[in-house]
Design a binder for this molecule. Structure first.
Ligand code: FEO
Length: 398
């Protein structure tokens, strides 16, 4: 009798044998409202080769999909492109079960796997650019250090013109469709951009040089098989490469993000006045009260914004904890090419605005203004806020 889980054919020699996590909603602080997939692949060509594994709690689903094609004990080799536990959580158990001839990873991957498992796993390091024939098929390994971990690498399968790209070109999207051409561009772009913004933004310069390197390689890429989300084939390969190139450039647009917290509506009133000034000058504005949005949505909006404007009242000599949460997250992502401003109301001490200024300066945001209002902003304070919006708009691209 057939089991419930089956492998899905990707190309002549490659099958998807991953798992679908419909319920995942948080990826260390990144809200994943559409869940995710952990993509493992089985390559059959003289030898049986498993590319990556899955999160530990999804091991049985992966093994069941493999079993729809071969006995998992017949896996000859495992290639680990990336050591993060969403792709290696069950690796040690799978190695113990399968007893493969060899496990391959980058040199940094060998170290990471030892430091994650402390199990004396025998893992063979492959070199950047090294090619290797496994069974009847030819594989080439390409290190992609810090995209997004030091161990990360791509594996290219020449016969199928297929690039196993681990996290790169992926997205957190649980879907029963395996290919991007079965999904709408709106969903692909939204979730792809969110994934880029929340995982890759700090490494954008490396992404740009990697994309140049990949296009300079003497290889044809007909399929990109990432470790999360749908597989790109045909025209979609160029599409996702272009999207990534755009996101990595972080070119500012005529858009401002106003991120703020408020206790009694005073800082909120300032935010709306700044918004009015921006809108009057033709800028688009995303107003994000921290109590009603997610930090990962803020990161996604900031990716293509030209301005980041942040407000907080002062609570016990500090900015609001929720605003600090968002800024800690955004500071780690190191967005670029932003102008900005800070604002907030206060009752008696008023330290928050200075704290916001310090963080935006650390983020290398070019500050264009700073406004404090005592208790509820009066007409004069609101007029200054509106004028600040006009000033910011003047610095945004037309
Ligand atoms: Fe999907 Fe970096 O792990």
């Amino acid at each position: 009798m057939k089991g419930p889980f089956e492998a899905r054919k990707v190309s002549k020699h490659v099958y998807w044998v991953g798992s679908i996590d419909w319920g995942m909603r948080d990826f260390h602080g990144y809200t994943t409202k559409r869940g995710s997939t952990y993509n493992a692949y089985l390559v059959l060509g003289g030898k049986n080769i498993l590319i990556d594994t899955v999160k530990s709690s999804f091991k049985d689903e992966m093994l069941a999909r493999i079993s729809s094609l071969i006995n998992p004990h017949d896996i000859d080799y495992i290639i680990s492109n990336h050591s993060e536990p969403d792709h290696t959580g069950c690796l040690a158990e799978v190695i113990e079960l399968v007893e493969p001839e060899k496990v391959f990873a980058s040199a940094m991957g060998v170290k990471a796997l030892e430091n994650i498992f402390h199990a004396g796993l025998e893992v063979t390091a492959v070199k950047n650019g090294e090619s290797m024939k496994l069974g009847d098929l030819n594989f080439t390994f390409l290190e992609t250090r810090m995209l997004h971990w030091p161990d990360s690498m791509f594996t290219y399968l020449a016969e199928d013109k297929l690039l196993f790209s681990q996290d790169a070109f992926g997205m957190h999207l649980a879907t029963s469709q395996r290919f991007a051409d079965e999904l709408s561009d709106d969903i692909l772009h939204d979730e792809g951009k969110k994934y880029y913004a929340n995982i890759l933004t700090p490494y954008s310069a490396l992404v740009t040089s990697l994309l140049k390197k990949v296009s300079g390689l003497n290889i044809k890429i007909g399929i990109i098989a990432p470790a999360h989300g749908p597989i790109w084939r045909g025209d979609d390969v160029g599409k996702v490469l272009n999207w990534w190139s755009d996101w990595a450039a972080q070119n500012p647009t005529r858009k401002a993000v106003i991120l703020y917290g408020s206790m009694w509506g005073c800082t909120g009133a300032m935010a709306r006045a700044i918004e009015e000034g921006l809108v009057a000058e033709g800028a688009s504005v995303k107003v994000m009260p921290v109590e009603s949005c997610r930090r990962s949505d803020a990161a996604t909006e900031v990716l293509d914004a030209g301005a980041l404007v942040v407000g907080s009242p002062t609570l016990n000599n500090n900015m609001l904890p929720a605003v600090a949460d968002f800024l800690t997250y955004l500071r780690g992502l190191k967005p670029k090419n932003l102008v900005g401003a800070v604002f907030g109301s206060y009752g008696w001490s008023g330290e928050a605005v200075g704290q916001l200024r310090d963080i935006l300066e650390q983020m290398k945001v070019e500050l264009l203004g700073e406004i404090k209002a005592n208790y509820m902003p009066d007409a004069e304070a609101l007029a200054r806020c509106r004028a600040l919006g006009v000033t910011i708009a003047a610095r945004l691209p037309k």
